[in-house]
Design a protein around this ligand. Structure first.
Ligand code: TMP
Ligand code: ASP
Length: 237
């Protein structure tokens, strides 16, 4: 598999074309941003961890019957993925109150919900990724009703798989963001990444934050938190 021209550079990854029209190569960077790019920084070694962690989790999801873009890990930072057109919806599942949920609804962090919540944001940096519901997504032609149904079903199933997996690692899956894409034949598959950049992960016993909130909130110990999560994932049988 050979990289050809760069297709796109995002905040945390670069995406390259390959000699195969249906495949891309993603390269994970150490760059970190928050608050829609307002806060910029770097987390040493993050690209390596996020690449490998996301791939291991996508392999697990594939085994559980969830189609993903993962094809093959090339090296520490680069992975071959299926080419998709990204559905411009950020899909957020929450098991426990935190972050923007706590802020918006005026509740403390750490309230365990009876059942998970799902919400969509319109993936549009210029607009600051505004929250929207199914009807808005349909009105804006971001996806069809059937695609939205498929995405919701996958998102809750992914939550079940990831919650159980992280729990076995002594980690509580608080919330996370997913992105889905459409292959050339219209199939919806999981795309983007699953990592401490895109999930809130708390130590199950101490409740210590082991994710990007340490960067967002200037808590320090960011690199150590990412390494800790990666070690627990690698030590899982
Ligand atoms: P929020 O509480 O800020 O809405 O974040 C919910 C989850 O989504 C949290 O796990 C972090 C993740 N997330 C992203 O992956 N990208 C983003 O741009 C934002 C705002 C959140
Ligand atoms: N996607 C956000 C940003 O643009 C980062 C985050 O809070 O996760 O900067």
């Amino acid at each position: 598999m050979k990289k050809t021209e760069q297709l796109y550079e995002g905040k945390a990854k670069k995406v390259y074309c390959t000699d195969s029209p249906d495949l891309l190569i993603v390269e994970y960077k150490d760059d970190a941003t928050a608050f829609n790019g307002l806060k910029k920084g770097s987390i040493a070694g993050k690209g390596v961890i996020n690449n490998q962690m996301s791939n291991r989790l996508m392999e697990r999801l594939e085994k559980a019957g969830i189609p993903t873009h993962f094809v093959e890990e090339l090296n520490e930072r680069e992975t071959v993925v299926k080419k998709v057109s990204i559905v411009p919806l950020e899909v957020i599942i929450r098991n426990i109150s935190a972050g923007s949920f706590s802020k918006k609804y005026g509740v403390e962090e750490g309230i365990v919900f009876q059942q998970p919540t799902i919400e969509f944001s319109y993936k549009n940096d210029d607009l600051g990724d505004p929250l929207l519901n199914d009807y808005h997504a349909l009105a804006l032609n971001l996806a069809t009703a059937e695609e939205i149904e498929t995405i919701k079903n996958y998102a809750f199933r992914i939550n079940d798989v990831l919650k159980a997996f992280w729990s076995e690692c002594g980690i509580t899956l608080v919330d996370f963001k997913l992105e889905f894409g459409k292959t050339s034949d219209g199939t919806i598959i999981l795309a983007d990444e699953i990592s401490p950049d895109t999930c809130r992960l708390w130590d199950s016993v101490t409740k210590e934050k082991l994710d990007k909130d340490r960067f967002r909130r200037d808590m320090g110990g960011v690199e150590d938190a990412y390494s800790e999560v990666m070690n627990r994932l690698m030590n899982h049988k």
